[in-house]
Design a protein around this ligand. Structure first.
Ligand SMILES: *Cc1c(COP(=O)(O)O)cnc(C)c1O
Length: 302
């Protein structure tokens, strides 16, 4: 397995606020390349693939996917071949201008670019059989990486010392990470998820994996949907980095922290509350986002 650094809980000093305390668990720093929750989600999947004797990992994602970058990197470090099934045929000749895809390629990932139509049916038996014919046998990891083994890995994010926090906050994509946090939380702790996308399906998805009911989704901070941003969000991310020396990504952790700050300002949290936010990583996505917004008259991420 990859050697990980222990993540620290960094105090985030809140000026003009003596009601609550905020800490940030630096899961973005557990590994140089396979950061944050994506490594947690892969760990037991890669062990399972090894156990099954499979040499190739196959997974799915979009052109800026943290999961694609993590699978490529972790795969190389652990001696797997990796295949990324990527949404969008038009990306075929754009790999070199896309930071995520070029990183994955440098780490040995082979790509299969598919139309949006095929991508929708990517887990159908017919499509999977086609992939097997083309690439041979593989261990399949779902888009975003969430399955039972991924949730098991995310149960290792919290340590025994984290029982002192009243609230644990995290960004939500597919719900695997929050499910792991819920399962390893104490019953008196409240787990708050900040979805990075619109959609009512998340609650059900989380309920499939979560073994407790001490959680809630706060759906007011998705900024219009997955990977949607605006000037206010970018300004917040830049200000946060300047004030606290912590980079946030624009798709997940930036939106979560924006939400936490807004809730703190609205006195959502009970007086004296100790809040732990999880920095789930995702910083590799900043380059790609900056490339997308530089023509849009929006400030870029510092
Ligand atoms: C993928 C990702 C998430 C969401 O994790 P899920 O388990 O899919 O909910 C949160 N933060 C970052 C940085 C991510 O890359």
């Amino acid at each position: 397995m990859l050697e990980l650094k222990k993540s620290i809980n960094q105090s985030i000093v809140l000026p003009n606020n003596d009601r609550v305390e905020l800490f940030l668990k630096r899961e973005d720093e557990i590994h140089s390349f396979v950061s944050g929750n994506k490594y947690r989600k892969l760990k037991y999947n890669l062990l399972e693939a090894q156990k099954l004797g499979l040499k190739t990992l196959l997974t799915f994602g979009g052109a800026f996917s943290n999961h694609i970058a993590a699978v490529a990197s972790a795969g190389r470090l652990m001696g797997f071949d990796t295949i990324g099934v990527i949404r969008g045929e038009e990306l075929l000749d754009k790999v070199s201008s896309n930071a995520t895809l070029s990183f994955a390629k440098e780490n040995g990932m082979r790509f299969k670019f598919v139309s949006r139509e095929d991508y929708k049916n990517k887990t159908s038996n017919i499509f999977l059989q086609k992939l097997k014919n083309e690439f041979g046998d593989f261990y399949m990891i779902p888009e975003g990486g969430t399955n039972t083994l991924a949730v098991k890995g995310c149960e290792e994010i919290l340590s025994a010392y984290d029982g002192a926090f009243d609230y644990i906050c995290c960004a939500v994509g597919t719900g695997g990470t929050i499910s792991g946090l819920i399962n390893s939380s104490k019953p008196n702790q409240q787990i708050l998820g900040f979805p990075a996308l619109k959609g009512d399906f998340l609650k059900q998805d989380i309920s499939r994996f979560a073994l407790k009911t001490n959680w809630e989704l706060i759906s007011d901070y998705h900024f219009g949907g997955y990977a949607k941003i605006n000037t206010e969000l970018i300004a917040f991310i830049n200000h946060f980095k300047a004030s606290h020396h912590v980079p946030l990504d624009p798709v997940y952790t930036g939106k979560m922290m924006f939400g936490i700050f807004d809730l703190i300002n609205k006195n959502y949290f009970k007086k004296g509350a100790k809040i732990l936010a999880i920095h789930t990583g995702g910083l590799q996505g900043i380059l790609g986002m900056n490339a997308r917004i530089k023509n849009k008259n929006i400030p870029i991420i510092d």
